[in-house]
Design a binder for this molecule. Structure first.
Ligand code: AKG
Ligand code: FE2
Length: 200
């Protein structure tokens, strides 16, 4: 059956044919043991709320990367990439390989913590970045995507994708530049690790 994007049904979540071009999703990218180790690492990190454009985001983040590549320039706990913990260095190499990047092309690593009930508002990532790749840990989340700018498509055309724990996603091309994304409030504690290359 041919299901239009605007009425994507729950049983189609994760199906590649309903995702925007340039969006790649894969379940089971990390093992439960790797996930547990990353969550244990998170417990040691100095998460803080970050200003995101004009508002303070409710998720808390830790960022590694040069000042030039900070999302907004005012993340409270930004650290150099050389200070990236070994577990995240290994993930940077693996996620980069999966996303088609050399590890050194990834100029920013962001770990985010979403306490239960925390949303992430509609946005496109800052334009100084090109490719975005992320891994989900802990609780589930539903990623929503809508065309951007609005006149480029049907504004009611919202695609939802369940981001299962341990899955990975990658956004480039149209999915990255021609769509916004956001998360409705998460039902349970969740972490994500997102990585970005510099805009070419
Ligand atoms: O938590 C996620 O997987 C999404 C994060 C995101 O969209 C971002 O950091 O820009
Ligand atoms: Fe984003």
């Amino acid at each position: 059956m041919n299901t239009p994007l605007s009425t994507a049904q729950p049983d189609l979540f994760g199906s590649a044919d309903v995702l925007p071009p340039g969006f790649v999703f894969t379940p089971g990218f990390v093992t439960p043991a790797e996930e547990a180790a990353l969550i244990a690492l998170a417990a040691t990190l100095p998460f803080a709320e970050a200003r995101y454009h004009q508002y303070t985001a409710r998720r808390r983040v830790v960022a590694w990367g040069s000042a030039r590549h900070a999302i907004t320039g005012d993340e409270p706990k930004r650290q150099p990439l050389q200070a990236l913990p070994p577990l995240l260095q290994a993930l940077r190499t693996r996620l980069g390989t999966w996303a088609g990047l050399a590890a050194d092309e990834i100029v920013q690593v962001l770990m985010s913590e979403y306490r239960p009930g925390t949303p992430l508002g509609w946005h496109r990532d800052a334009p100084q970045y090109e490719l975005i790749a992320g891994v989900s840990l802990g609780g589930p989340a539903r990623l929503r995507l809508r065309p951007w700018p609005p006149e480029s498509g049907d504004r009611n055309e919202v695609i939802s994708l369940d981001l299962a724990p341990r899955s990975a996603y990658r956004m480039s091309g149209p999915a990255r530049w021609g769509w916004q994304h956001g998360l409705p409030p998460v039902p349970a504690q969740r972490w994500s690790v997102t990585m970005r290359s510099a805009r070419r």
